[in-house]
Design a protein around this ligand. Sequence first.
Ligand code: ATP
Ligand code: LTN
Length: 334
Amino acid sequence: MIDGKKVLFSGMQATGNLTLGNYLGALKNWLTLSEEYECFYSVVDMHSITIRQDPAELRKRARNLLTLYIAAGLDPKKNCIYYQSHVSGHAELAWILNCYTYMGELNRMTQFKDKSAKHADNINAGLFTYPVLMAADILLYQADVVPVGIDQMQHLELTRNIAERFNNIYGDVFTVPEAYIGKVGAKIMSLQDPTKKMSKSDENPNGSIYLMDDPDTIMRKCKRAVTDSEACIRYSDEQPGIKNLIDIYSACTGKTPEETVQEFEGKGYGELKPAVGEAVISVLKPLQEEFVRLTKDKAYIDSIIKENAEKANYYASKTLRKVQRKVGFPDRIR
Ligand code: ATP
Ligand code: LTN
């Protein structure tokens, strides 16, 4: 608890261009939760280097991502929006937690299996212990809730296990966090292959709508979305392409999938697809305009980066000192 409020932590990697999946699966929920909780939203740049990055490019993307959090509507005076690498407590706690995590647990992580298959030339130890750093992110702030897309559930379960294991040995040190998965949009699929999740790292750019895509591009991608030959708009796993379009439309308009199905009853795919395009454009346009405006205000963004790094460090240090005492590190002499 901070000032009587429960704590929320979440983060995104500064790798690749954010997609509509990131927005609907994560960022949009952050907005609805931000009033109720004391929130920490991190640009997890330390996670990004588990895959080889171009330094200048990473720096630029990290700043863009931080700006995008604000452009999406998160007030940086109320929400702690900061770079993970500016708070050394993440790495320090991750080291300690590494010693309370088993190889067998990490071996089961599907993201590790996927990413090591994809980057077979660079299966580094950081990629393997990535989920421990993520656990450290969350536990460092004693987070109660962690809004993420479904793909991160396994990492959240591991975080809970690590926290419980630690608490069993040392008493109540960590808050055991709960995942928060939104009702619609928790897993947006690729527009070109609706059995695969929409991903920033997809080689086929037509599968993903990027948050910075212009309206014509968005419309073109929606119209070209892979569907089926059923010619019937139902919300069913047998029609994954249509189901995905219904999910996107519903998440963008705030309707339930049932309401969307009703709205398009008896209509063809030729009507659904452009309607999805319009719905996406109307969500992304204001975000893009605000992003452009904020990017120009360098001094403002710099001041946010500085203030929030201090705030995050303050809370992170509190937990870290407690953990260090518990495991038996000597007290500091002041
Ligand atoms: P990559 O696809 O390159 O592995 P990613 O987009 O999954 O990257 P992150 O940037 O770390 O990785 O994800 C940020 C957040 O977006 C996470 O909470 C994740 O669960 C969510 N997310 C990512 N893709 C989707 C999707 N297709 N649908 C819903 N949520 C998603
Ligand atoms: N692993 C996440 C990104 C991430 C995260 C976190 C999400 C890193 N640390 C802490 C929530 C809380 C991903 O790949 N999407």
